[in-house]
Design a protein. Structure first.
Length: 190
């Protein structure tokens, strides 16, 4: 097959897959997870059920694929946020703020609660933890963040502290939570 044809076909498949994921998420958001059926997703996407089954075997597979895509997007957003500053402390603060905002916006939904467990979540959490660990280690090396606690432990502290963002009443409260978390990373007074 010519390369152009392969590229066009692959692009089409990606677009259909994304449309399926978007349709399933929209149905779950509008009417709840139990309302997501293969028939409803096919109708909302504008494809036949037979075509839908070529992409996914069942609703659970669609929802897991949607969540995997979300996790990937969030990690990409965190990487882009980190790159907005050159100072390690500021880079960390931006990354933590972005993570807290995502947690505030995304968690608590029925769909995310249903999909909270799984290998893709574990992988994403590990990547996030390593990402924060590296930022903290860089800041500690430059004397801007504490070095009396291993960076991996501080990354875990940050993730656990910022999980509270899911229950914060406002973005202002989320920003205060990030400030308190950053204060816990400051070098101890000697």
């Amino acid at each position: 097959m010519p390369k152009l044809w392969n590229d066009t076909l692959e692009s089409h498949r990606r677009e259909v897959r994304d449309a399926i994921l978007d349709a399933a998420a929209a149905i779950a958001t509008e009417r709840g997870v139990p309302a997501v059926t293969m028939s409803e997703v096919a109708e909302r996407t504008g494809i036949g059920r037979a075509t839908l089954y070529k992409y996914f075997p069942d609703v659970q597979a669609i929802l897991v694929a949607w969540h995997e895509r979300q996790v990937g997007r969030h990690l990409a957003e965190l990487l882009a946020a980190r790159d907005q500053a050159s100072d390690p402390e500021r880079r960390l603060e931006i990354a933590l703020g972005t993570y807290a905002r995502i947690t505030h916006e995304e968690h608590g939904t029925e769909l995310v609660a249903l999909l909270r467990h799984g290998e893709h979540v574990t992988r994403g959490y590990q990547q996030l933890s390593e990402f924060l660990r590296d930022l903290i280690a860089e800041g500690a090396k430059r004397g801007r963040l504490r070095d009396d606690v291993p960076p991996a432990e501080l990354a875990s502290f940050c993730l656990h502290a910022l999980s509270a963002a899911s229950s914060m009443p406002s973005l202002a409260a989320v920003r205060r939570l990030v400030s308190v978390t950053m204060a816990g990373l400051q070098p101890p007074k000697r």
